[in-house]
Design a protein around this ligand. Structure first.
Ligand code: 4AZ
Length: 829
């Protein structure tokens, strides 16, 4: 049945127009031209005069007038209410913040005074130009106004104008508004008016540099604190003295801090901000943060760095122009919040050098990233030329906590290196690496590739003997370091990259049992030559198997993929029969709703991860040897080292695990971003697989199919030994469980703003049921209706506090990481 006929048939028959009758009740002697129907018996007909004089202000008239008055009042109130609702509720204001450079107006010092005639005049001109651009665009209906906030000098000449643009549009149409479209309108207007071959276009006589245009969506709160009357603790500093430290200090113990510090230096110089200490509530940058911008307004794409944790270590950052903005946001101060910093005016540094190295091999000097030891700015380019006195000597570069590898298809976020025309990508590591260029003439170019400021780099250089990079009696690690031969294969990772512990049992004795393969050496090549896999025993190197072979947990590639999960243990360790089925645990059926003690054994995949003996994070069992957890649990020098970690499996009461294993390896996702918590996922390999005998108490949870969509509203469970209230200072002794609902992604984005497709939200809108500190890395388990299997839909990642109304928990979306998990755990089905 179609929709219309369905609707028509459902109308009750007696509601047809023809069936409605209207009754008119008239009041005697009231309506003109109407005769009273009846005259009261025994009463004399009133004479004409008395009829005329009938009092107008009688009770009936009063009632009618009063009713009329009420009616008019109701109509007026309703109209006003409707106008109010349509004005305030269904319309949204959209704020855009940006800047561009005008090349044909010279800067005047008066522009620094917002009340000056000069500032007001140039601001009005710019506003008129922006008005024209947008009132003649596709968004003209929604354009409200533009406001020039700052006009400043800059190192490229002319004026740098910072401005806001406001659009107002019905709430329902908000989705058509995209950041790129708004920016494209402005850029297109400039583009079409470009003069000659320059990047400068003419907008109503204003020469605007197209390359300088930056326009991003902005926040209402930033708009009002930079433009409106509620400027909070905003300050403007103009620094014209070199070698002077301008202090920048602010703190509060209650209330809120929303400060903007605009720093401007004399033309031709840069600004270095040195942060001495920060007091902030560490909440993952959700509410409390200090943000450093390479502009004078909070324009997102000009962020140099965000600081979100309390610190007492000196950190410094350098601008790319003669201006900088520092914002401090701490909206709910409970403890001390504030910043102690200073800024200086510094000259621009050239980052190039030509070095003639000495004849004696060894490290003899240092090069560094620009403005070392400050974080280096995102737009940098350095060139170094090295020459050795002999053709037998090459150049060795010792990188401190940094490593360069051949450029691959993967993104290169921490520096492009071009060395003698070969491209390399840099990344931060927790140890030194040595890179050797076997050439007497070496040309190096570094280009910063990070969007933000990056950690300072220090590189020692010197010559080395090309024919013998490491001294006699030493071993050359993959990291380039040289270690004494005696330290090879001693079980200690002396090379930092484990290369000294690889191929320690390369050449194998002949098989004691029949061979699979008749020819070739019996070596650790990832292929099982002896039927008992003897040739592949004790190999620590991880070699990928082909797609026809299956990789056993001890890294041997077993020949027949179809022998997997056939009930016969073909791998020496039986791992081909592992994880053929993930948990269908049934005791989880009778659970208490809302953060409560779980039943013992109800969550057999739940793991407690202990760091130096204390519970620190959660994880989930996904195979006999592998756990899945959150990357942020392992962020930092000490936390990323597997040695202090132990995994506690089959545990109900904290400390009473059925099985405890040290952690052999931690694989943090290579794109994990500690600022945004994007890609918050890590794999942990146990040093010892949990024994088969514990399979009643320990069971893996299933990984969702790759790319599986989740249904908002679906009920799932979050479990862990974390805190039961935000204000608690220790976790729960008994494993807790809480039922939470998967939340619509759009709703979550509108709550937090910074939700990527690698994240999902779950909780209850009233708050109350949620994960908290200590639960991180633990599972968000959802039961699949079709087969009753438990699926690891999410990993506890972050959130604004714990159990706060309208702030759900944020989880890593596991279905986005299935190929990544399989890369390391190919035995997983
Ligand atoms: C944490 O700090 C944490 N409410 C984990 C989850 C949530 C908040 C904080 C979500 O480990």
């Amino acid at each position: 049945m179609d929709k219309e006929s369905n609707e028509a048939s459902s109308k009750p028959a007696d509601l047809k127009i023809s069936n409605i009758s209207i009754q008119v009740v008239s009041v005697p002697g009231r309506l003109p031209g109407r005769r009273p129907l009846r005259r009261p018996i025994g009463k004399a007909r009133p004479n004409k005069q008395s009829k005329k004089r009938a009092p107008f202000w009688n009770v009936q008239n009063k009632i009618i007038l009063f009713t009329l008055f009420l009616f008019i009042l109701a109509v007026t109130a309703w109209t006003l209410l409707w106008l109010y609702i349509s004005k305030t509720e269904s319309k949204d204001a959209f704020y855009f913040v940006g800047m561009f450079r005008i090349t044909n107006i010279e800067f005047l010092p008066e522009y620094r005074q917002k009340e000056s005639r000069e500032f007001l005049s140039v601001a009005r001109t710019v506003q008129q130009v922006v008005n024209l651009v947008y009132t003649t665009s596709a968004f003209s209906k929604f354009y409200k106004q533009s406001v020039v906030a700052d006009v400043s000098s800059n190192n490229k000449g002319g004026l740098l104008v910072h401005f806001w643009i406001v659009f107002v549009m019905p709430h329902a149409k908000g989705h058509i508004f995209c950041e790129d479209c708004v920016a494209a309108i402005l850029k297109d207007s400039i583009q079409t008016s470009i003069i000659n071959r320059t990047s400068v276009g003419s907008l109503q006589g204003l020469a605007v540099d197209m390359d300088s245009v930056v326009l991003n969506a902005g926040l209402r709160s930033d708009y009002s604190s930079t433009i409106g009357s509620d400027k909070g603790c905003s300050q403007y500093f103009y620094a014209d003295h070199l070698s002077l430290r301008y202090p920048l200090e602010i703190s509060a113990t209650s209330g809120q801090l929303m400060c903007h510090f605009k720093l401007v230096a004399i033309v031709g110089y840069l600004i270095r901000l040195s942060v001495e200490s920060i007091q902030l509530e560490a909440d993952n940058c959700i509410t409390d943060s200090i943000t450093i911008y390479d502009a004078l307004l909070p324009i997102r794409s000009t962020v140099l760095y965000r600081l979100c944790e309390p610190t007492k270590t000196l950190m410094s950052f350098v601008s790319t122009n003669n201006l900088m903005l520092v914002t401090l946001k701490s909206p709910y101060i409970r403890r001390l919040s504030g910043i102690r910093a200073y800024f200086e005016v510094i000259p621009e540094q050239k980052c190039e050098n030509t070095v003639l190295v000495k004849e004696i091999p060894g490290f003899e000097g240092k090069i560094s990233s620009p403005y070392y030891p400050s974080y280096y700015p995102p737009k940098c380019k350095c060139t170094w030329k090295f020459q050795t006195p002999l053709s037998t000597l090459g150049i060795a570069l010792k990188f401190h906590n940094y490593s360069i590898t051949k450029k691959s298809a993967k993104g290169c976020e921490h520096g492009w290196w071009e060395i003698n025309e070969h491209m390399y990508c840099g990344s931060y590591v927790d140890h030194q690496t040595i890179f050797r260029v076997p050439s007497p003439l070496v040309h190096i170019q570094l280009q910063c590739s990070s969007r933000l400021s990056d950690k300072p780099l220090l590189v020692e250089y010197g010559s080395y003997n090309i024919s013998q990079p490491c001294p006699v009696g030493s071993f050359r690690c993959s990291s380039g370091l040289c270690i004494p031969q005696t330290q090879r294969c001693d079980g200690v990772n002396d090379c930092f990259d484990e290369s000294d512990e690889l191929f320690c049992a390369t050449i194998k004795p002949a098989c004691d049992v029949p061979l699979f393969r008749q020819t070739g050496p019996l070596v650790c090549d990832g292929f099982r030559d002896c039927e008992n896999g003897q040739d592949e025993h004790n190999c620590t190197q991880s070699i990928p198997c082909t797609n026809r072979t299956f990789k056993c947990d001890n890294d041997i590639c077993f020949k027949k993929q179809n022998a997997r999960c056939d009930g016969i243990a073909d791998c020496p360790d039986g791992s081909d029969e592992d994880s053929c089925s993930c948990s269908r645990s049934s005791s989880a059926l009778h659970r208490i709703v809302g953060g409560a003690d779980s039943l013992e054994g109800a969550w057999p995949w739940q793991v407690s991860l202990h760091f130096v003996g204390s519970a620190y994070c959660g994880a989930s069992v996904i195979s006999r040897e592998w756990l899945l957890s959150a990357a942020h649990c392992f962020h930092g020098n000490r936390l990323s080292d597997p040695t202090p970690w132990t995994a506690h499996l089959g545990m109900y009461v904290q400390g009473n695990a059925k099985f405890v294993s040290p952690v052999r390896r931690i694989v943090v996702h290579e794109y994990y971003n500690s600022q945004t918590f994007d890609y918050d996922i890590a794999l942990l390999q146990l040093s010892m697989a949990w024994p088969e005998t514990l399979k009643q108490l320990i069971q893996p949870i299933c990984i969702p199919p790759a790319g599986q969509k989740v249904r908002s509203g679906e009920k799932c469970w979050v479990t862990g030994w974390g805190r039961r209230h935000e204000a608690d200072n220790k976790g729960s002794p008994v494993l807790q469980q809480a039922e939470v609902e998967l939340i619509d992604q759009t709703l979550c984005v509108s709550t937090y703003g910074i939700i990527t497709s690698r994240m999902l939200c779950a909780g209850v809108m009233s708050g109350k049921r949620d994960a908290c500190k200590g639960d991180s890395g633990g599972p968000l388990s959802c039961r699949r209706k079709t087969d009753g299997k438990w699926i690891l839909t999410g990993i506890v990642s972050w959130g604004h506090g714990c159990g706060r109304p309208t702030f759900p928990g944020v989880y890593t979306r596991v279905s986005n990481f299935v190929p990544w998990i399989h890369k390391y755990v190919p035995s997983l089905l």
